[in-house]
Design a protein around this ligand. Structure first.
Ligand code: NAP
Length: 254
């Protein structure tokens, strides 16, 4: 019988290099914090320069990076990998302005949504994979909006559904190299980004604050729940898991 390491050894990320996009706020910040706690060397890539303070507080490295700009993305990957090997990518940066009614959605709006949430996430996964060797782990952040849709968020739902396809395709192609690729589909999580969209989403018929606890567990959605799931998927506990979409939503889609 194979002898496996202990639980504490399996969740120990000491010596691992991780890159978290959009890691300065919300879900990305909670993930960065847990990865640092588990011993990883974390680089936070964020479009907001003020997020360098968050990185300092977490003892993480900061890369000012808009993931849609190839040069900035490549520089962030180089920094995070120390021009050598990257172990973990958390492909988290994304936007979710309400789409509005389907009849009124412009092609420009759809293109912008797909450019950030799909094209740039694809590029980030590709650039990271190019710096990974066996044991590498990519976590893409999708959404329950990919699974059940939602009025007034059609372009967002489409973008997050694409992340499921991306995850499964990358998992198949990179699996033989020992690189695992999984996605997390968070339920509604109270973050700065979500609070900013509150009124606009309400106009579209989504009361996010009612929705935050509208799950069978009656638990408000906290970013740390997503961070815990991310830690599990990046750790050796999930060595036999790839191409998986882990829904973390308090059971709201159950
Ligand atoms: P958030 O609070 O808005 O934080 C996202 C961070 O990413 C911000 O610091 C943001 O900077 C940064 N960012 C945005 N565009 C970027 C770009 N092009 N390049 C680099 N960084 C960029 O968002 P969140 O609620 O934590 O959501 C994080 C991810 O989870 C997103 O992919 C979102 O779709 C997904 N998600 C969220 C929920 C939820 O309920 N919150 C549910 C399901 C899935 P700025 O603030 O300056 O734009």
């Amino acid at each position: 019988m194979t002898t496996f390491p202990s639980i504490s050894e399996m969740i120990d990320l000491a010596g691992k290099r991780a890159l978290v996009t959009g890691g300065g706020k919300g879900i990305g910040a909670a993930i960065s914090k847990r990865l640092v706690e588990a011993g990883a060397s974390v680089t936070i890539a964020d479009i907001d320069p003020d997020m360098s303070e968050v990185a300092n507080e977490l003892s993480a490295t900061f890369a000012l990076c808009d993931i849609t700009i190839p040069e900035q993305l490549e520089a962030a990957v180089r920094l995070a990998s120390d021009e050598s090997n990257l172990d973990i990518l958390v492909n988290n940066a994304g936007i979710y302005p309400p789409t509005g009614r389907i009849a009124e959605v412009s092609d420009e709006f759809v293109s912008k949504m797909l450019d950030i949430n799909v094209r740039a996430q694809f590029s980030a996964a590709r650039e990271a994979a190019n710096c990974m060797s066996s044991g590498g782990s990519i976590i893409n952040i999708s959404s329950i909006a990919a699974i059940r849709g939602g009025a007034s968020i059609s372009a967002y739902s489409a973008s997050k559904a694409a992340i499921i396809g991306l995850t499964q395709a990358f998992a198949n192609e990179l699996g033989p190299k020992g690189i695992r690729v999984n996605a997390i589909a968070p339920g509604i999580i109270e973050t700065e980004g979500l609070v900013q969209q509150k009124e606009a989403l309400k106009e579209g018929g989504i009361d996010v604050f009612a929705a935050i606890t509208a799950n069978p567990l009656r638990l408000p959605g906290e970013a740390d729940y997503i961070a815990r799931a991310c830690l599990f998927l990046t750790s050796e506990l999930a060595d036999f898991i790839t191409g998986h979409i882990l829904v973390v939503d308090g059971g709201s889609t159950a």
